[in-house]
Design a protein. Structure first.
Length: 310
């Protein structure tokens, strides 16, 4: 006689087998995936920061995850467009650009700051020894930006300057794209530019403080610089934090496994997770594409500014 307990046990076993088969299906289709990261800092720094986490991700997913440090922000966008990058770590503006230009990608988790907030700022730095107290003092000088698709390093600075009535392409003698946030700080420290844009979370957590902790910042004569050697003269409105996004076309159970691996990382491999932000960030939280609607508005605004200028 077949009783209810036997039926339920059989159903549970069947469900388990189906789940296992489904997992094997996507692992067979995707035995190796690429995880690409924007060059927020120089290549070796990104590799050192992300390698332990990528190793954790490989182990957790049961497939090979290969880290790719993109040459520029657009490389992540185009890599996902082509289907060559399954997971991308974007800046807010580069992710918005991906969505606007038709890349089929979905944000799934967002960085969370130490205080629980999910945003950061764009700031303009000058050297503390310089006479510049406000942006208007820098007419005819050199401005260092980061990348055309950087939120804090280009889009928000241009938005902020427009609010101030400043057209950077006519106000400054030269506008230089440095390629990374670190390079922008180095260009300022060494005198290549007189002011630079960069990201800033808090007094003790910014690209500058992270560079200083690694003794990376020196003047043109090799003198090590300190935090006190820099001055912030402009600070933007809050920008939503960076997302991690996977290709929309990936199997649902694969996307669920990827997302769960990220959410579990702070507990399952705390050291790898902490290394990503020098221990500053709280665990990731879920996020969706709609959360970047305001960033889409921002990049469209900046695009219109460029069209009017051309």
């Amino acid at each position: 006689m077949i009783n209810r307990r036997i039926v339920l046990a059989g159903a549970a076993s069947l469900a388990f087998v189906r789940t296992a088969m489904s997992a094997e299906d996507w692992k067979a289709k995707y035995p190796e995936i690429t995880f690409a990261v924007i060059p927020a800092e120089n290549g070796s720094g990104v590799t050192e920061r992300f390698t332990p986490f990528v190793n954790y991700l490989s182990k957790e997913l049961g497939i090979k995850v290969t880290l790719r440090v993109a040459n520029d922000y657009a490389a992540v966008i185009e890599g996902q467009r082509a289907g060559n990058i399954q997971i991308g770590y974007y800046g807010p503006a580069s992710f918005a650009r991906a969505l606007v230009t038709g890349v089929k990608t979905d944000a799934f988790v967002i960085d969370v700051n130490s205080d629980g907030s999910k945003g950061y700022y764009s700031v303009f730095y000058v050297l503390a020894k310089s006479p510049y107290q406000k942006l208007e003092d820098l007419k005819g000088k050199n401005l260092g930006l980061v990348d055309p698709n950087s939120t804090s390093g280009n889009n928000m600075p241009r938005f902020k300057m427009n609010q101030m009535g400043i057209d950077p392409d006519t106000f400054f003698s030269q506008v230089v794209f440095t390629g990374s946030h670190e390079n922008a700080v180095l260009a300022l420290a060494q005198g290549t530019v007189d002011v630079c844009a960069n990201w800033w979370n808090a007094e003790d957590d910014s690209n500058l403080t992270r560079m200083l902790s690694k003794n990376m910042v020196k003047s043109s004569d090799g003198t090590p610089l300190k935090k006190e050697d820099f001055r912030i003269i402009v600070k933007s409105d809050l920008i939503i934090n960076s997302p991690y996004a996977y290709l929309s076309e990936l199997p649902d159970d694969m996307k669920a496994a990827i997302k769960q691996a990220f959410l579990d990382a702070p507990k399952k491999d705390s050291e790898a997770f902490k290394k990503l932000s020098d221990g500053k960030n709280q665990p990731w939280q879920s996020v969706g594409n709609a959360d970047y609607d305001k960033t889409i508005e921002l990049i469209k605004f900046v695009d219109n500014l460029r069209k009017k200028a051309s």
